[in-house]
Design a protein. Structure first.
Length: 550
């Protein structure tokens, strides 16, 4: 009853912003220009604004001439100044905290968050929530599991005393965030558990207690796949803890975290008795009211989303929009393909992929100029102080809501492996593998291509995990041909710079991949599936089923 009331309040509080968004879809150019002008006026007297003459900019064309396309490296010195406590650097509004972002390959970025940037995220979240609750009213009837910022490294601050990382996930959820959090299925304190096994155990414990669970919102679909994988192993211990209201994870908890979690637990022997009559893999019986799972389902995540859907055949799976630590790019709408651009959140530009070069700024298109079927790289300007910032995300336009484009994530533009001039990009590799697997009627549970220097000759290795009933046939020969469709790769093969690709069947694909990424500094919940990696050393992480060259 409490969750239903709070969800109804959240829906009602989101209605005004949802109305503003839908009104803006009929005036995309005007809406976007107004947003840009707001940024320029507010920040013209900052160090960055003075450097790029914000006060003299009168149009979008002026903005594109005065301000270059940027990447994170262009801001690193300025962000260091903010971290030391210097004001008025990128934004006139004070920075409240930094949110760490691991990006695609490493943990190295701190994104400044003034209050206005959080508000821009919430402007994108509100119309999504209204659309979701309007089309799935049953979601309002019970609690949800929102995995927003999973594991943390404890409280950290910059040299100037600014916090690093949101202390509470409710900071993402708008003005009612703290109230909403009180009705969530899993308490926020779980994010402070450092051991992954203990983290998963406690997450399952709270989820199993919720017979009325309605919604699961995660990022990576493998996050949930790996979570439920441990249910059979821990089933009896979990039921004992549910009945007694206790905590018995496989690894010990920090005492302060344990105390916070214990406050949310009471003995529930009735729920334990019901669960004892069920099988740990009967998810429909465990959570009979679960209606929707929200997760990544585009680009390299598509195969993992399909696998998750097979585990929950009676639950709707909604692909997430495109979100980054730096910007809220798009959100899904029921009945629409892809996800609609969050035109009221930030100012967007788009680089046609065939002319994606840092030195070319005149080719940037605006949101109302995009064409269906074309692919672009996303450039964003936000109130957080990132100007003409290249997210390196490649999207395809799939349809429109009014004048607002609906987009689908294709891959990372900066994810290019180029050891000898082969220039393999993630969008190309993802497409080549998808075509290859379709040709051979394979549905891998894990697939990733990476450069490999573990042998005498440098080559690319495809790490592949298949269901027990599927076989390779001559996939290896076709793999070389598929990659050779890239002229630069084919040329490197002809010159002998690259040896024939290897294929290694593995038995622990997803788990090993997540462990490897964590060892390289990435946060568990933010690790994205990748069809391509551009670094070597991956073979040490995977347990081979067999190695194959044919």
């Amino acid at each position: 009853m409490k969750a239903a009331l709070i969800n109804a309040l959240w829906h009602a509080a989101s209605l005004p912003e949802a109305w503003r968004f839908h009104q803006a879809t009929a005036r995309v150019a005007e809406t976007q220009t107004r947003l840009l002008n707001t940024y320029l006026i507010a920040n013209q007297n900052t160090a960055y604004g003075r450097r790029h003459q914000f006060e003299s900019i009168r149009s979008v064309n002026d903005y594109q001439r005065h301000v270059p396309l940027t990447t994170y490296d262009d801001y690193s010195n300025l962000i260091d100044c903010i971290a030391r406590g210097q004001p008025n650097v990128l934004t006139a509004q004070p920075v409240q905290m930094f949110e760490p972002s691991s990006g695609s390959t490493a943990a190295s970025k701190l994104v400044p968050y003034p209050a206005t940037l959080k508000a821009e995220f919430q402007r994108g979240l509100a119309p999504w929530i209204v659309d979701l609750y309007s089309h799935y009213p049953q979601l309002r009837g019970g609690p949800a599991y929102w995995s927003v910022t999973p594991l943390t490294e404890g409280r950290r601050t910059t040299p100037g005393g600014l916090p690093i990382g949101f202390e509470e996930d409710s900071a993402y959820l708008g003005p009612l965030g703290a109230l909403i959090e009180s009705a969530l299925a899993v308490p926020n304190a779980i994010k402070h558990i450092g051991d992954i096994k203990a983290f998963r155990y406690i997450a399952l414990l709270f989820l199993l207690r919720q017979s009325n669970l309605r919604l699961i919102s995660i990022w990576n679909p493998t996050y949930l796949t790996l979570l439920i994988k441990f249910l059979p192993e821990w089933w009896n211990d979990l039921l004992t803890d549910i009945a007694a209201g206790t905590l018995s994870p496989p690894q010990p908890l920090d005492l302060a975290v344990r105390r916070r979690l214990q406050l949310a637990l009471t003995p529930d022997p009735n729920r334990a008795r019901v669960l004892a009559t069920l099988s740990p893999d009967d998810y429909s019986a465990i959570w009979p009211h679960l209606s929707l799972i929200s997760c990544w389902a585009d680009g390299p995540a598509a195969g993992y989303a399909r696998a998750l859907q097979q585990s929950f055949p009676n639950v709707s799976l909604q692909p997430k929009g495109l979100l980054a630590t730096e910007a809220f790019v798009s959100f899904p709408l029921v009945g629409k393909e892809g996800s609609v651009l969050a035109i009221t959140s930030h100012f967007f530009e788009f680089l046609p992929t065939e002319t994606f070069q840092r030195s070319i700024s005149t080719n940037a298109l605006l949101a109302h100029q995009l064409e269906k079927g074309q692919t672009y790289a996303v450039v964003v300007t936000t109130s957080g102080g990132l100007y003409r910032y290249q997210l390196q995300d490649v999207i395809e336009v799939v349809e429109f809501v009014g004048q607002a484009p609906c987009i689908r994530f294709v891959g990372k533009q900066d994810h290019v492996s180029d050891w000898f001039g082969e220039k393999l990009s993630e969008p190309f590799v993802a497409g080549a593998l998808a075509q290859l697997f379709n040709q051979h009627q394979l549905s891998p549970t894990f697939a990733m291509l990476a450069p490999d220097d573990s042998e005498r000759d440098f080559c690319y290795t495809l790490y592949l995990e298949l269901p027990p009933d599927q076989h390779l046939n001559n996939l290896h020969c076709d793999l070389d041909a598929a990659l050779s469709a890239n002229f630069h790769y084919a040329y490197c093969r002809q010159l002998g710079q690259l040896a024939e690709p290897r294929l290694i069947l593995v038995v622990n694909g997803v788990e090993a991949y997540l462990q490897a990424c964590q060892s390289r500094g990435q946060k568990l919940g933010n690790i994205k599936p990748a069809a391509l990696q551009k670094t070597t050393g991956w073979s040490q992480w995977f347990q081979p089923l067999q190695a194959s060259n044919g």
